[in-house]
Design a protein around this ligand. Structure first.
Ligand SMILES: Cc1cc2nc3c(=O)[nH]c(=O)nc-3n(C[C@H](O)[C@H](O)[C@H](O)COP(=O)(O)OP(=O)(O)OC[C@H]3O[C@@H](n4cnc5c(N)ncnc54)[C@H](O)[C@@H]3O)c2cc1C
Length: 305
């Protein structure tokens, strides 16, 4: 256990990369660890990120890592963070291939989408099934949309999706009732409500696009794109570190972006419902500013700088 860092960052997505850049420029010794699938792995391009609109996710990460190479005090490794023991100022961070020491830790590990077991869903996720109209609505605007709703709030969300198309069918998948008032408002906006159970999603010949949604009774409804919000869970590290969660299942933070464990900060999707690459990058920078301010003041006052 010879390696010592000021900060170990778990997660090399937009939040972790952004935190590493800020801390590198603040002359901290940083280890950025990234392992496992990234959340937007299935997507072809990232949209809505100023200066990076339309960039493939792998290229985005490549650029982020290239820019970190400019800072010799920042190391990047493709390795999983498995645990963090000890206390603020003297953490022992277990990586899959050893242990390093760190004064502080940032957790930017994203969220895990739990895709429903509907045949065809996994194959079309990120290609014809999207979770966010800001990210992918422009490319499919005015198309034949489906919204697979997990409950009444998602039926309400269909009114918002009308901003991108007039041709919209909401599927309840026979899982819940739609109240009269909500039904009236949705139908009044020209949206169709389909309440039969879904059997499968049928791709076109290329396998890249949706052709139709087949219902349990065999009926097929032609659709080109699906919006849906699958259930999410926290990655294993958040559970392992026993970080307190808020009422929506996101990591609870102080106003300085510190978690319930002193010295461990968090950023990105695992901390908020507002999930997007730019928001995650911004929160990574925010966590780094807060952490660096506190750490620098402490080191300076202790004569350690
Ligand atoms: C299909 C899809 C398309 C999307 N398209 C867009 C878009 O066009 N525009 C947009 O703004 N947003 C988009 N998003 C959302 C965007 O991808 C996320 O908001 C963003 O990636 C979140 O960044 P993050 O840093 O929080 O997490 P992530 O990007 O998920 O990165 C977290 C990283 O941490 C790693 N990790 C997990 N556990 C550990 C561990 N123990 N040790 C080390 N590493 C670990 C993960 O493997 C991952 O690489 C999309 C999301 C999806 C699902």
């Amino acid at each position: 256990m010879n390696e010592e860092y000021d900060v170990v960052i778990a997660g090399g997505g937009p939040s972790g990369l952004s935190a590493a850049l800020v801390l590198g420029r603040a002359r901290k010794r940083v280890l950025l660890c990234d392992s496992g699938p990234r959340r937007n792995a299935a997507a072809e391009r990232i949209h809505g990120f100023v200066t990076r609109d339309g960039t493939p996710p792998s290229e985005f990460r490549h650029i982020g890592r290239e820019q970190l190479r400019h800072y010799p005090n920042v190391s990047v490794r493709d390795v999983r963070v498995e645990d963090v023991r000890g206390d603020k100022g003297a953490f022992e961070v277990s990586l899959e291939d050893g242990v390093v020491r760190a004064r502080r830790v940032i957790v930017g590990v994203g969220m895990v989408d739990e895709l429903p077991p509907i045949p065809g869903y996994r194959e079309l996720w990120g290609k014809a099934i999207f979770q966010c109209p800001y990210c992918h609505g422009w490319e499919v605007q005015d198309g034949a949309f489906a919204l697979i709703a997990s409950g009444p709030p998602m039926v309400e969300f269909s009114l918002f999706l009308r901003g991108w198309t007039k041709d919209l069918v909401v599927f309840t998948d026979a899982r819940f009732e739609v109240a009269d008032d909500l039904r009236r408002r949705v139908l009044g906006a020209g949206i169709t409500i389909e309440e039969r159970a879904i059997a499968k999603l049928i791709p076109d010949a290329s396998g890249q696009h949706l052709e139709a949604i087949e219902l349990a009774d065999g009926a097929r409804i032609a659709r080109r794109v699906v919006f849906a919000r699958p259930a999410q869970r926290q990655p294993a590290l958040v559970t392992r570190l026993d970080l307190a969660l808020d009422e929506n299942g996101f990591v609870r933070l102080s106003e300085h972006r510190e978690t319930s464990r002193p010295g461990i900060y968090a950023a990105g999707d695992s901390t908020t419902m507002m999930q997007g690459a730019l928001v995650a990058a911004s929160s990574g920078a925010h966590a780094a500013y807060m952490l660096n301010h506190e750490l620098t003041m402490e080191l300076a006052a202790s004569g350690l700088l």
